[in-house]
Design a protein around this ligand. Structure first.
Ligand SMILES: O=P(O)(O)OC[C@H]1O[C@H](OP(=O)(O)OP(=O)(O)O)[C@H](O)[C@@H]1O
Ligand SMILES: O=C(O)c1cc(=O)[nH]c(=O)[nH]1
Length: 190
């Protein structure tokens, strides 16, 4: 993604601090089954940093920087991983941003919504994720958002495992950016 000339820079010190926190808090070595059913030799327990008192504000501020040239006024993704990421962006300093939650299934009672929060129809929105492996989860959110009439301007994820998510998002015609990759986390070639 660094080859993209229109990608705004993120603060290097804040990025390095976030990478250190993610390495300490979230990287677990050992055989694990992932959301997609794939097996892997490590897991990034992304909810640890996205719900952490120091890491979460860094994530919010850095994702705002990373997407500063994209025009949107609401942010969210597929629950549960995307939720604290969207809220971190909402609470970070800067222009007003709403957040929304895409449910995995439509709620059966009450307002019977699939997307919770402010209406997204006709709005430009950013789809976010905590960790992307195949990109399947965030693309599920993109499908739901587009069906609801939202204009998805791009996908941003905190941690990219370099296992196809960027390609899958690009195949849907959307730009994809991430804050931390395998090199940042010392996970390359594992
Ligand atoms: O790119 P993908 O292959 O879709 O994998 C990444 C997804 O997997 C994890 O969620 P999980 O499915 O474990 O559910 P949760 O958010 O409800 O914990 C993670 O939070 C991402 O949403
Ligand atoms: O693919 C996944 O399910 C996944 C991988 C990972 O490293 N972290 C995570 O939260 N989910």
């Amino acid at each position: 993604m660094d080859e993209l000339t229109d990608r705004p820079g993120t603060d290097p010190e804040a990025t390095a601090r976030l990478a250190a926190l993610v390495r300490d808090l979230a990287v677990v070595h050992g055989k694990v089954v992932l959301s997609s059913g794939r097996e892997a030799d490590y897991y990034v327990d992304a909810r640890r940093p996205t719900l952490h008192h120091e890491a979460a504000p860094l994530i919010g501020a850095l994702l705002r920087e990373l997407t500063a040239d994209w025009e949107f006024d609401a942010v969210g993704g597929l629950t549960l991983g995307a939720d604290p990421v969207a809220l971190a962006m909402l609470h970070a300093p800067g222009r007003p941003l709403d957040a929304f939650v895409v449910r995995k299934e439509t709620k059966a009672h009450g307002m019977q919504r699939r997307i919770e929060g402010p209406d997204v129809a006709g709005r430009r929105v950013l789809a976010v994720e905590d960790t992307s492996t195949t990109g399947g989860s965030v693309l599920q959110a993109v499908d739901v958002l587009q069906e609801a009439g939202a204009i998805v301007v791009g996908v941003a994820t905190v941690i990219d495992r370099d296992t196809g998510a960027g390609e899958a998002v690009a195949a849907r015609g959307l730009p994809y950016r991430y804050l931390l990759g395998l090199d940042d986390l010392g996970l390359r070639a594992q």
